[in-house]
Design a protein around this ligand. Structure first.
Ligand SMILES: Cc1ncc(COP(=O)(O)O)c(C=O)c1O
Length: 377
């Protein structure tokens, strides 16, 4: 399906939760689509009917999903590992870089804890760049690079402001200063296009609950080929072996592929759900998805301005994501009331976070505005 053919009404129908609620909460967790859920369910149906006899077929299907992930982010299949969530991928990354000589980490002031805690836990020295009106400019980041800095760590999109970083520019900065580039793409992946090679990313992590719309229990860790050379994996198991079926318990014959980090039996249903979710995203295309989100964003911003509400998220297009944060007092109480009215948003940053995705439409935005106006009066 190409851009001019995208039938957003039909897409919305794949998300029954978007009919039950005014669902403006992708940044916390999206509903899973019917096709993604069906892929997960297919595993359980097969397990019920045929037991573990389908093992070989599932292994093959898992590799097909890996190829889909790789293509989606512009990576090679060997660079993609399945994880459980962002925290899992980030911990593995911090351990791998520890094995490569460590060095200090430079990161952003308002990162989500799963970005920063794994490094602090391993006693990395972590410095924080301060934003200006939620924006992290390159000169500001560059100013903070010290002689000990070896790692630049940033989210693609910040969870509490919606600020979107220019990854390609960051990648160039890292190249100029000889830094490893580590990205948390959890608040962007599936909504904002990403190409790991073009951006010069060394490690990228994301979970699939939010913008990929694939549910809990499945994340991805991308490890650049350069980083895989001579890698010492922090965790290994029989599924890390060059040939797992040999079940060699004496030789560390570990594959130099990201998937070695998966170590044991896979979480098949979650991986398959991600496969189904990627099929849906691919049928639409990453650029048309972003464009649709931007159209909904503009509509939302116009209505918020009519209401006289202050918007915290940077509004220049280059820093725009699927997240819009507005400044309101008593955000938590307001969000609670909105939930009671079946309008689903969250209290984050300086107020309320509204996140728009492909299952939303203008009516959702109007309902939100009406209910918000009513509550503020
Ligand atoms: C930027 C970011 N990273 C990660 C997460 C979640 O981390 P995990 O996947 O480890 O649960 C969130 C939100 O829940 C987030 O906003």
């Amino acid at each position: 399906m190409k851009e001019h053919h995208a039938d957003w009404k039909k897409i919305r129908a794949l998300f029954p939760a978007a009919e039950e609620f005014v669902y403006l909460n992708a940044a916390e967790g999206s509903p899973i689509s019917i096709p993604a859920a069906e892929e997960g369910k297919r595993f359980y149906d097969e397990m019920v009917a045929h037991g573990d006899t389908v093992w070989e077929e599932w292994l093959k299907r898992k590799e097909v999903v890996r190829e889909k992930v790789a293509r989606f982010i512009g990576a090679d299949k060997e660079e993609v590992a399945f994880t459980l969530n962002t925290s899992h991928g980030m911990n593995l990354t911090a351990h791998i870089l520890q094995g490569k000589g460590k060095g200090d980490v430079l990161t952003m002031e308002d990162e989500f804890p799963s970005t920063t805690l794994p490094w602090l836990n391993l006693n990395y020295k972590v410095r924080f760049v301060k934003p200006k009106s939620s924006v992290y400019t390159l000169p500001n980041i560059e100013k903070e690079i010290g002689s000990g800095t070896k790692i630049l760590l940033t989210s693609y999109v910040q969870y509490a402001s919606g600020f979107k970083q220019n990854l390609e520019n960051c990648g160039k900065l890292c190249k100029d200063h000889g830094l490893h580039f580590v990205v948390n793409a959890t608040q962007a992946m599936g909504a904002m296009p990403v190409n790991v090679k073009q951006a010069g990313i060394d490690f990228m992590v994301f979970s699939s609950l939010k913008w990929p719309m694939a549910g809990y229990g499945i994340g991805v860790l991308y490890i650049n080929q350069k980083m895989l050379r001579g890698i010492k994996f922090p965790v290994v198991g029989w599924q890390s072996l060059e040939n797992p079926d040999l079940m060699d318990n004496k030789q560390l014959d570990i594959r130099e592929e990201a998937s070695a980090i998966e170590s044991g039996c896979p979480h098949f249903p979650n991986i398959f759900a991600l496969g189904g979710a990627l099929d849906l995203l691919n049928s639409l295309g990453q650029q048309p998805i972003q464009k649709r989100i931007y159209q909904l964003n503009s509509y939302l911003v116009d209505k918020l301005k009519d209401l006289g509400i202050e918007i915290v998220s940077p509004l220049v297009k280059k820093h725009r994501s699927g997240i819009t944060v507005i400044k309101v007092r008593q955000a938590e109480a307001l969000v609670k009331e909105l939930w009671k009215r079946k309008v689903i948003v969250s209290a984050r940053g300086e107020g309320i976070r509204i996140s728009l995705h492909i299952y939303n439409n203008q009516q959702d935005i109007l309902r939100f505005i009406e209910e918000l106006r009513d509550l503020l009066e």
